[in-house]
Design a binder for this molecule. Structure first.
Ligand code: DX5
Ligand code: ZN
Length: 219
């Protein structure tokens, strides 16, 4: 089993105190910072862009995880790659030739991920798995923090886990949306290894207890 990684989504953090929030998740044992980039077209919300991410990278040693929820990600990919992201994920629904974007990311030397919305089938990713570092299964409709998890999406985790294991690939299964300290167990047992939490961490008083509970879970 892969080591569990935690990637807090700073979309749910207090933007008036971002540097302190990031320091807190770092001390609490997080592995990545998850940056939700939204364009108000692919999703009905607008968040932040290049300078925001670059400035926050300067205040942390956490790995950079960029989740692009934007139309035409190829148009701005180079600028995101300048940030040397450890993982950059675009949405399957936003591209017609995903292989090309994956190749660009891999040639630049960074981790490549593809995400699917709750209504997109996991089997569509099968032909791409051997090229990918990560698949991101959305457990809510992308766009907002604080939504309730769609439980049916768990089957897609199991489906992808089987495909990855059969092919003996080293692809991480990231999950995002509605994950809390009291509902993560079936998600983890389904095969997810990289957990994005927004309100599940930042709306809690004790960030470390949430992160450590997930990381130390044994089944
Ligand atoms: C939603 C984003 C998520 C979101 C998670 O579109 O991709 O990363 O911030 O927030 P919670 O954990 O509160 O659902
Ligand atoms: Zn996200």
């Amino acid at each position: 089993m892969k080591k569990i990684q935690i990637s807090p989504s700073i979309l749910a953090a207090d933007f008036a105190h971002l540097a302190e929030e990031i320091k807190s998740i770092e001390e609490a044992g997080a592995d990545y910072i998850h940056f939700d980039v939204m364009d108000n077209h692919f999703v009905p919300n607008l968040t932040f862009g290049f300078k925001f991410i670059k400035d926050l990278q300067r205040v942390t040693n956490l790995k950079t995880d960029i989740h692009l929820m934007i139309e035409n990600p190829a148009d701005s990919l180079e600028r995101f790659l300048e940030m040397k992201p450890d993982l950059i994920t675009f949405h399957y629904e936003t591209v017609s030739r995903p292989e090309e974007l994956i190749d660009t990311i891999k040639k630049a030397g960074f981790g490549a991920g593809i995400s699917i919305k709750p209504s997109t089938g996991a089997s569509l990713l099968e032909p791409l798995l051997s090229k990918l570092d990560s698949v991101l299964i959305m457990l809510v409709e992308p766009g907002f923090s604080g939504q309730k998890m769609i439980k049916e999406a768990l089957f897609k985790i199991q489906e992808l886990k089987i495909l990855i294991d059969i092919k003996k690939l080293n692809v991480s299964i990231q999950v995002d949306g509605g994950i809390k300290k009291d509902n993560f167990e079936p998600i983890l047992e389904s095969g997810a290894d990289n957990f994005v939490l927004g309100s599940g961490i930042f709306a809690e008083d004790d960030y470390a207890s949430v992160i450590q509970k997930i990381k130390s879970y044994k089944y």
